[in-house]
Design a protein around this ligand. Sequence first.
Ligand code: KG4
Ligand code: ZN
Length: 443
Amino acid sequence: MALYSCRLLTFAFLGWLLVKLATAEFGEHSCFFAGALEPTQGGVEILIFFYADTRHTNTFFSSDIKKPGTGAGTRPTILSAEAVYCKALRPNFECFLGYDAAPMKVLGLETSCDETGVAVFDPDRGLLAQALHSQIDLHKVYGGVVPEIASRDHIRRLLPLIRKVLRDAGMERPDAVAYTAGPGLVGALMVGSGLANGLGLAWSCPVIPIHHMEGHLLAPMLEEDAPVYPFLALLVSGGHTLLVAVKGLGLYDVLGSTLDDAVGEAFDKTAKLLGLDYPGGPALAVLAENGDPQAYAFPRPMLKRPGLDFSFSGLKTAVMLQVKKSAEEGNTDRVRADIAASFQCAAIDTLVTRSIQAAKQTNLDRIVVAGGVGANLHLREQLAERFDGRVYYPRPEFCTDNGAMIAIAGALRLSDGSEPATIHATARWPLETLIPPGSANPA
Ligand code: KG4
Ligand code: ZN
């Protein structure tokens, strides 16, 4: 598969055919097929072409692509190639697919960052199956996520994971496909978006673009004791720190967000300063268990200011200066745990104080905590101690990125009647621009 810079999206699982097309139709741009063929490693089963943005002029597909090739040892299938070919010639490709509002089993695909998540959710029976592949080992050596490596690994993992999840769920195909359309790394998003829309065409089923943070805030709905609307959502991940008044599905008032680093990012950067591996959040939390949270009075930025926004860069700088000072004094090892505990205490205090302020301001007595930092035990303890109302969490594996939250978000949006699928991959996508299902498509 290749992601083309002019927004042409091509799935390539068929070596010889693509090479032929490359020279015939793509001229100087044929080099992008080299990238497309690399992950296939000769094993080809499906070829899906479609066009994501027809503003690019240098492209059309020859209709002879509908003749499947039979490379050595493979019997490739070309799914709906003719239909795809026709669609490819239409500007602003959209597929309009009829379906009724009966409960449908939804396949959810999450590829916004460094986790490939796949799951099937059935509104009648709950979560039927799910699988996750984490890319942590691939990125660890670079100390953070490398977008190109992330996209390529999603390409490698997504189809095998889909097969496994469908097998585990005891089904050949779902009734609908939901995928993370943003925000996130655009290349990684294009993998999920492209495959979801390709499968939607092949299976003639609805395809539902999902906002990643909406997935996170709906994740507690996967649990038996699910929250009811309205509630306050504290969304805390590697890319976001948001306080949202959730009045209903798609009815989101963003009350506060971070002015600089996300809280997960602050955990990761602090962990790096302390010599911990990426992603540092969980490792820092473990190190903090043996430290004194009162050892250093790190700042609680913004708390004295009105409003409900966050800022974590000042805290990060304070930790950096302390680490430097400790290193100069030659006692870093001894105080690492104290620094970790004091940082965690300051960051969590900020989150909890702001959440309680927001709950009071909106008169909400339920808080949903979601996103990777929601797995932090100190955060859970502090909220339990200081907040009068109820707090809801997804189970720990659904705090971090996963396919189940995308599948349930898809099912919830579908059961209220969804819009026709359109290919989406949106790197930046404010949550408050979402609207309830049944209204015009938001992205
Ligand atoms: O939601 P998520 O899996 O991915 C994003 O959408 O960003 O969140 C990942 C973030 C990382 O920054 C990670 O360090 C942080 O969540 N994280 C934690 C903990 N577990 C994950 N931070 C603090 N304490 C934890 N236990
Ligand atoms: Zn996330």
